[in-house]
Design a protein around this ligand. Structure first.
Ligand code: AMP
Ligand code: MG
Length: 368
């Protein structure tokens, strides 16, 4: 199939162009579009056959459910059996925006969209292109990230083209996205909300809005083979570049800080890798990029503004892929505020491989 790519104005999206995309969605086809988090791969979320096409295009395991996207708050009502009070407060605080919530599903949501679950994930994006497209489509739009399953999520239309060209009807090119990591997911089906995936709506922001919030253990460490994580997607090795990615960090209070020992260890590992004939990448920050003397060095942004790092993280991982790097050594970040989302993506991309600076060469698994 020929994939039509249409450039669209981010601030004033043209209805004439969006109407063509909306029609494809209504007819059961696939359209990739920008949101404020990452690019999504959209289909009519109430049609099982349309949702099935998403799984085929992405090569996504069929038990990994999709998020339904709506354009206005009231569109949630027919999709769920009820909206608890805490969910209302979170909606008031963060919708439209990068927050997804899990609700008990109503009868009109097909199991083909929810991966067989009795619950459904719903989000209202703030991005003008996404929001208007959903409104014009007139149906909830199921939209996972528009990447091949297991690859880093797409944060620009070019990334979508790399993965989806020839597999979907249309790509709406609205330029690079703002946030760069996927939405925060919160399960609101129980008495206390549970964070299932960290994102730009941070744990601190959630607690400010509703008080107590718990954290699903799948966020912080590897999921044991016999444990079923609440967000089925968390068990897959996600966001992975082709190269092997290894985090280098300090222990305890210094974890996430980039100390001279971390820089020294990354330099040592990079030189060792190069001497063994491997192409080495170094993922670092503006503050440290001039301190590395070997390998392909890429800064994801500045530690002073972690949103710059979230914004560029997936693009940098894709760039390492394009450069055919064999191994990437990465600095770490503090696991609070937006750093929690950054470290969740990085540790998953690394398959939880961590080398602690000062314990030369010794590999351990985080979360043990
Ligand atoms: P993506 O759309 O690629 O960002 O992935 C969607 C994420 O939402 C995956 O990690 C899913 O496991 C999670 N998700 C979607 N629906 C549900 C649900 N009903 N219950 C728990 N997690 C969900
Ligand atoms: Mg995804």
């Amino acid at each position: 199939m020929d994939t039509k790519v249409i450039k669209i104005n981010r601030d004033r999206p043209e209805d004439r162009l969006l109407e063509e995309a909306a029609q494809i969605l209504r007819q059961g086809g696939l359209v990739a579009f920008p949101t404020e988090t990452v690019y999504g791969l959209g289909a009519n979320g109430l049609k099982e056959e349309a949702a099935r096409k998403i799984y085929a295009a992405k090569g996504r395991p069929s038990d990994n459910p999709l998020i339904l996207h709506i354009s206005r708050g009231e569109e949630i009502e027919p999709l769920v059996t009820g909206v608890p009070e805490t969910a209302r407060r979170l909606m008031d605080a963060f919708w439209p925006g990068p927050l997804t919530m899990i609700f008990p599903k109503s009868g009109i949501v097909p199991y083909g969209t929810t991966g067989g679950l009795e619950t459904v994930a719903v989000r209202m994006p703030s991005d003008k292109i996404a929001n208007r497209l959903i409104a014009l489509a007139g149906v909830p739009v199921a939209a996972p990230s528009a990447n091949t399953s297991g690859r880093p999520s797409p944060t620009a239309a070019e990334h979508v083209m790399q993965d989806m060209d020839g597999k979907i009807e249309m790509i709406l090119d609205g330029g690079p996205v703002g946030i760069g990591v996927e939405s925060t997911i919160v399960d609101v089906t129980g008495p206390v909300p549970v964070l299932l995936r960290p994102g730009a709506v941070t744990m601190e922001m959630l607690r400010d809005a509703v008080g107590r919030v718990e954290i699903d253990p799948a966020i912080t460490g590897p999921v044991a083979a016999d444990v079923k994580p609440k967000a089925p997607g968390m068990k897959y090795r996600h966001y992975a570049p082709k190269a092997s990615l290894i985090l280098v960090e300090e222990r305890a209070e210094a974890a996430g800080k980039v100390t001279p020992a971390v820089v020294c260890e990354i330099n040592r590992l990079a030189r060792q890798g190069a001497s063994e004939g491997r192409r080495v990448g170094i993922l670092c920050t503006d503050e440290t990029k001039d301190r590395y003397s070997c390998g392909v060095v890429r800064s994801a942004g500045t530690r002073e503004r972690e949103e710059t790092i979230a914004h560029s993280l997936f693009a940098v991982l894709r760039e390492f892929d394009d450069l055919d790097v064999d191994v990437i050594y990465s600095e770490s970040f503090a696991r609070d505020h937006l750093g929690q989302a950054i470290m969740n993506r990085l540790t998953k991309a690394a398959g939880y491989q961590v080398i602690y600076a000062g314990e030369k060469g010794e590999e351990r698994y985080a979360g043990e």
